[in-house]
Design a binder for this molecule. Sequence first.
Ligand code: CTP
Ligand code: MG
Length: 227
Amino acid sequence: MAYQVIIPAAGQGKRMGAGKNKLLLELNNIPIFIHSLKVFDQDELCEGIILAISPQDEVEFKLLLKQYKVKKVLGLVPGGKERQDSIYNALKTVKTDGIILVHDAARPFILKEHIHRLVDTAQKTGAAIIGVPAKDTMKTVRDNVVTATVERSSLWAVQTPQAFRFSILFKSYEQAEKDSFIGTDDSSLVERIPHPVTMIEGDYDNIKLTTQEDLFFAEAIVKKRQG
Ligand code: CTP
Ligand code: MG
């Protein structure tokens, strides 16, 4: 089943503290966002990529897309204030009523096999996300005082990509805009339509590069994959 993917890359990478968009930092001599894009560019089921970038990065990103011969970029859209705004800008340009994925450019380790499982599931159910069961004991805390211990077996850490039938995702964004709702992922918008979302068990390597220490984990994952 073919799909298109929206890749938000228009953040500022503040928590990484690199003084520039963290997606331009290199892993194995290749910019982080190029790693993420290449997985989709090389997937035969991917029909196209819509990339959200901030105007200040435009020249550099365009050069790198050329240099690394990324072929499937259908469109570049300007990022918005929040991640959700960047994705909404991209969604408004999508011309498909098929399956649409959203994948953070800051997650370079997604595997093709998992993308395909998400696409197949979203085709059947309308919405599928990937995540991993929480490993740590989880507690809620207020003002540095524990308020509760949450039953771990029901908690999953959620990743991207998240896959949806386009009409469902678009409707959820329209609804969120109407209600001024801002979620931290796309699924949270779809859940509140409401529409059921299927969880697929992914892999702990699919990390998001957020802070400096994530770069050390990332180097280790690169080495592991090189064998
Ligand atoms: N993103 C985006 N538009 C925004 C904010 C974020 O497209 N207005 C993208 C980022 O580029 C990243 C993904 O959404 O690929 C996930 O966001 P995050 O990891 O939070 O990245 P940043 O927002 O760049 O980092 P920070 O929050 O530390 O500034
Ligand atoms: Mg952010």
